[in-house]
Design a protein around this ligand. Structure first.
Ligand SMILES: Cc1cc2nc3c(=O)[nH]c(=O)nc-3n(C[C@H](O)[C@H](O)[C@H](O)COP(=O)(O)OP(=O)(O)OC[C@H]3O[C@@H](n4cnc5c(N)ncnc54)[C@H](O)[C@@H]3O)c2cc1C
Ligand code: FES
Length: 495
């Protein structure tokens, strides 16, 4: 064991990072003693000592994964693994930590046996929710068969990088971060089927597969995500018009850009504006056609929306607010006003629709979502998670297209597939990335009547609190990781 600190240097309730060799260890002291964990978040490597601590939980400063400080257990995604824990010994005033982490029943393959539970759990869709659901089934102790069916090539990956680091040029489309460490699916006996589910018979508890045959389940988690909506104007299907959802889409966009200079992004969506930021980074001429003058006003409020527009304009984006596309023709985008904008590539960011055509037997709602209860249960033995789920929130029902929500859904559904009674009751959260700044948004934009902004909005260093009838309902912020992590816990704790 190595001495890494002395007792007097460890403040109660305040995590501190120490290093020995290449290893970074997070020490945490409370009334029960001192515990040591890996100091970087298993999701994307955030320094966990910058996070917030509240009631024995640690919130990651970047994308708000939550860990239990008693044992490092994962409480909320987007991390899908617990923290590694290290043995600690106190000798006099010295704090000693072992070089090797403790064994983890979830992370170590030896914990799984092949002759356990006779049930089969199937997960449809190997994206954000599907990967979280399959791994949660194992994390929660299920020992039977887990099958993950998905038609996207390769292994589950971080889709959110496509509109950021991939379009920017920092990552190749097939180099996006995998959601699981190497060998994880094999160690956890997660059977990976590259196939398309074409139908579901909830009475017989079977799925039909495009390759022929069917797959029987005891419980199934449907996590098919969404497909981009087409650009519904004349010429909207021209080869220069591209969506952005998959690695293949990103490759096609980048291939289409070689030697070309002018990109028109249709729709003022978060993905569209992230793409604008990334493509400006590459030096391309970018025009954004948005139906609203102020992007995201209903979600962010007027001042923050205006700041975001100004940020894009300051970085060279031609922002055409209050404009609609009438057609794509002769290498131009024609607006309803008659104006024509030359385009070598048109990126269609006009929204998505849940990929639930295969689930007609479950009667999808008009927007394509599958109606579920707060436990993400659609009907006996059928659960839904992610973009495809319509679930109760406040006094209504909503669908949310956020990464972390998809994974939270999946963890709730996994508990219930195993007979639990978990409910999804968290405020939705997402992050978005523009010109090197990560903005975060907590809560659902179901109507706030006041926004209090603290900090310097123009410098993208602020926290905004959204209120309805004097009650805090949402948070928007940038550049204030620790503060937002703490506030997010308080928002989540509200009834
Ligand atoms: C470019 C981009 C950037 C984004 N950035 C952010 C961000 O910064 N922050 C954020 O919070 N959210 C972001 N999002 C949204 C986020 O990625 C989605 O909300 C999230 O991926 C939804 O998870 P999901 O599991 O429901 O769907 P997905 O992750 O899309 O996974 C669904 C999977 O199911 C497969 N599938 C579909 N139908 C079938 C079928 N019938 N049979 C077999 N397989 C099937 C699909 O091929 C896919 O692999 C971004 C989305 C995109 C496209
Ligand atoms: S780096 Fe911790 S949640 Fe993403």
């Amino acid at each position: 064991m190595h001495q890494v600190a002395t007792l007097e240097t460890l403040e109660v309730g305040k995590p501190r990072t120490v290093e020995f060799g290449q290893t970074k260890i997070l020490l945490f002291r409370d009334q029960d003693g001192i515990r040591a964990f890996s100091a970087v978040c298993p999701h994307a490597g955030a320094p966990l000592d910058q996070g917030a601590v509240c009631e024995g939980r640690l919130v990651c400063p970047w994308h708000k994964a939550v860990f239990d400080l008693a044992d490092g257990a994962l409480l909320e995604p987007p991390a899908l693994q617990p923290l590694r824990r290290y043995p600690v010994r106190i000798e006099g005033d010295a704090v000693l930590v072992a070089v090797e982490p403790m064994a983890s029943p979830f992370l170590e393959s030896s914990a799984r046996t092949a002759d356990g539970d006779p049930r089969t759990m199937v997960v449809v869709g190997a994206g954000a929710a599907g990967a979280a659901g399959a791994s949660a089934l194992r994390e929660f102790g299920f020992d039977g068969r887990v099958v993950l069916v998905g038609h996207e090539p390769g292994e589950p990956f971080d889709r959110t990088a496509l509109s950021k680091f991939v379009l920017e040029g920092g990552q190749a489309p097939d180099e996006t971060a995998p959601l699981w460490p190497e060998g994880f699916a094999v160690r956890q006996r997660i059977e990976r089927l590259h196939d398309t589910v074409t139908g579901i018979d909830p009475a017989a508890r079977t799925l039909s597969l495009a390759s022929g045959g069917s797959l029987a389940y005891d419980a199934v988690l449907l996590a098919p995500g969404s497909v981009p909506r087409p650009l519904d104007v004349p010429g909207g299907d021209a080869p220069i018009v591209r969506p952005l959802r998959t690695r293949e889409d990103a490759s096609a966009i980048l291939a289409g850009l070689s030697g070309q200079k002018r990109v028109v992004i249709v729709g003022g969506s978060f993905i569209g504006l992230e793409a604008a930021s990334a493509l400006r980074h590459r030096g391309l001429a970018v025009t954004v056609i948005s139906p609203s003058e102020i992007p995201f006003e209903p979600v962010l409020g007027r001042e923050i929306g205006a700041m975001l527009r100004a940020l894009h304009e300051a970085n060279g984006v031609a922002f055409q607010g209050g404009a609609r596309v009438a057609a794509v023709e002769d290498g131009h985008v024609r607006l309803e006003s008659g104006e024509r904008i030359a385009a070598d590539l048109v990126l269609a960011g006009v929204g998505v629709r849940p990929a639930t055509d295969f689930a007609a037997t479950l009667g999808p709602a008009e927007d394509g979502g599958l109606e579920a209860d707060a436990g993400l249960r659609v009907t006996d033995g059928v659960f839904v998670a992610g973009d495809a789920a319509r679930f109760p929130f406040g006094i209504g029902r909503i669908r949310v297209e956020h990464w972390r929500v998809a994974q939270q859904h999946a963890r709730v559904a996994a508990r219930n597939m195993l007979g639990g009674d978990a409910r999804f009751e968290q405020p939705p959260f997402f992050w978005t990335y523009h010109y090197g700044k990560r903005f975060e948004v907590h809560g659902h934009p179901s109507g706030f009547d006041r926004v209090d902004i603290e900090g310097d909005l123009a410098a993208q260093d602020f926290v905004a609190r959204q209120f309805r009838d004097g009650v805090l309902v949402g948070l928007v912020g940038c550049g204030r990781d620790s503060e937002l992590a703490g506030l997010a816990l308080r928002l989540a704790a509200r009834p």
